[in-house]
Structure formats: C-alpha cells, structure tokens
Design a protein around this ligand. Sequence first.
Ligand code: PLP
Ligand code: COI
Length: 356
Amino acid sequence: MKFDVTSHPEPTPEARRQQILADPGFGTNFTDHTAVIDWTQDAGWHSARIEAYGPITLDPAAAVLHYAEEIFEGMKAYRHADGGIYTFRPYANARRMNRSARRMAMPQLDEELFVQSLEELLALDAGWVPSGEGEALYLRPFMFATEAFLGVRPAREFTYRVIASPAGNYFGGELKPVRIWVSRDFARAAPGGTGDAKTGGNYAASLAAQAQASEQGCDQVLFLDPLHDNAIEELGGMNVFLVTSDGRLITPELTGTILEGITRDSVIQLAKDRGMTVEERRVTLDEWDRGVQDGTITEVFACGTAAVITPIGELRDGDRTIASTGTGDVTQAIRDELLGIQTGVVEDRHGWMHRL
Ligand code: PLP
Ligand code: COI
C-alpha cells in the first residue's frame, strides 16, 4: 500500500534531539512522525499515510473512549554497525497483534502492511534511533475504535497508528535487580478473559496493583493465577523465568491468561541452543521460595521488549520478603546474547533481525 506524507512536522531542533538521545529514559519523548492507516467496514484498510506527530482529533463518542476497544504492540529498532536499522522478529508482533485483534473483535491487518508501516516511519525518523548500551527506538503500533456510537458491539471504524520513542532502561538508570510485589488483592486475568491479548484494559486493570507495588517500594507487580493458589503468571508488563542450579529454565506455561512474550519465546530458543532444558509448566510461589532457600533456584529474571532481560532481586509478599537472588551468570549470558543479536554484534542464526 502506498503511504502519502500528508503533513510535515516542524523538525525537533537538532540540539534537543541530541539531548534526548543522550539520555532517552522511557516513553516520554517521541519522534517527529507517525504512521497511520484507517479502516472502515465498507472500505477495509485505506488512507495509509505519514503525518507529523501530534495530538489527534477523536469524536467524544468514539468507542475506544467508552468500551476500550484497543490493542497495541511493543518492539524496538536498533542501529547496527553497517549503518542499517533493524528490528527484531516483526512478523511475530504482527501475528500477535492479529491474535489480539481477533479477541477484541477488531479487523486483521496484513502482516506485510504492519511491517511496511514500520519501514515507512523509520525511513523518515531514522535519526531518532539511539545507540548507547541497552538503548533502542521503542516502536508502539496500536489500533483503536474510532466509530462514534454508544451501542455495545464491535466498532465499524478503526485507526491503526505507529509512534516511536527513544528508549533506555525501562526501570531507569543502570541495569540492576528489580523488586517485585506479589499482587494478593488484584488478579490480572482469568480463563476466557483477555489475558493473552495485548489490549489496554489488561494494563488498566493492573494499575491499582502497580500503585500498591510502588507504595511498597517495588518496581513491578507479580500476578498469580486466580484459580490455582500461588501459581505465578507474569508481571504487569513482562514474563518471568526461574533458573535452577542444574541448568534448567522454568517459566509459566501459556494457558491463555498470560501474554505470549516474543522475548519469552526467544529466551526459550536461546536456552535450548545452549543445551539447557526448558520447562513450561505451572510453577508456584512456594516452589520459588523453597528453591531459593535450598539453593536449587539460583536466578530469577523478567523479560520483555521494554525490560529486555532484567534480574529480579527481592520478591515481597505482604510483610514477607520471600526470596532474593541477584544478577546471575545465566541471566547475564542470555541477556548479552539476546542484546548482541538485536544490536548486530552476535550472529543472528535464527534470522530474527529484519532490516527496516
Ligand atoms: N507480558 C506482558 C503483560 C507484557 O506487556 C509484555 C510486553 O510486551 C510481555 C509480557 C513481554 O512480551 P514481549 O517479549 O513480546 O515484549
Ligand atoms: C513492552 O515491553 O513492549 C510492553 O508493552 C510492556 C510495557 C511495560 C511497556
């Protein structure tokens, strides 16, 4: 599909762009452009365009504002030594967005068009990709219901957009083990719900728990399976892995209530490549606690696009600190390998990188 450039931004002054790139933080600064495609029931996807980044006009009755018909993706673009800009497994994100779309009764977007939208945006905003250690341009494709109608049924008009934001460490500052708060008052997802869809409502539902975590001095929330007491699911925005002293990786299985992380899938592959056994199964907080205490669980880490691979230090469950591990060798090695592939310094033997 042809993308027209329909509005030209006042480019961010060079000195300001350099200042942002020198210390990007996470999610607060945005590039000059946005890619947009509209969908209507009659015309399908149309009006693909690149616009100046800026506020958008939405009817106050737009369905997304009332019934939260919205999905999104998260991915990153990296600058390689060959001067090219690459992204990681974009077709996996495209497929996941279409799975989310099905669950939320939203239209499918052709995988090639999804990838093309990233290419079109980066063709104009390539100068926004930071190149410091652990830094990248975070890409946020999203789709939402624009139809002005208050009846509750799948909307008939949607917009798809991509925005981009230079990003450093999601947790701020240098990489260090994060503190996790176990959510006892709030569940994230239940069977048949939307837990495995990347839809805004899941994040809205996580915020009260995340606020509790912050009040307790923790960085992220761990959600438990609401039906099986003490089985762990995932963090508010990351999947979780446990590393055993005999070289196994354990991670909660995909049961429909957790997000199928692309980083999770890649970690499983890299671990298998190293000859490690990977167990995708139910794993309880008690197994985690006991394992750390008797030394059979040596490392725990969180993973996701924003978080990359971040060691989990302390785990707090109410008044108890039930386990504590630091940054271990396995966590560090898998992080180094994954980041190495993403930044083009380690061989991409699975063909995961896509030049934009
Ligand atoms: N779980 C949740 C709830 C997330 O929001 C994310 C981030 O996208 C992940 C897991 C990790 O997914 P990915 O590795 O595809 O970024
Ligand atoms: C991502 O990692 O892309 C996410 O969507 C998670 C969010 C915590 C930023």
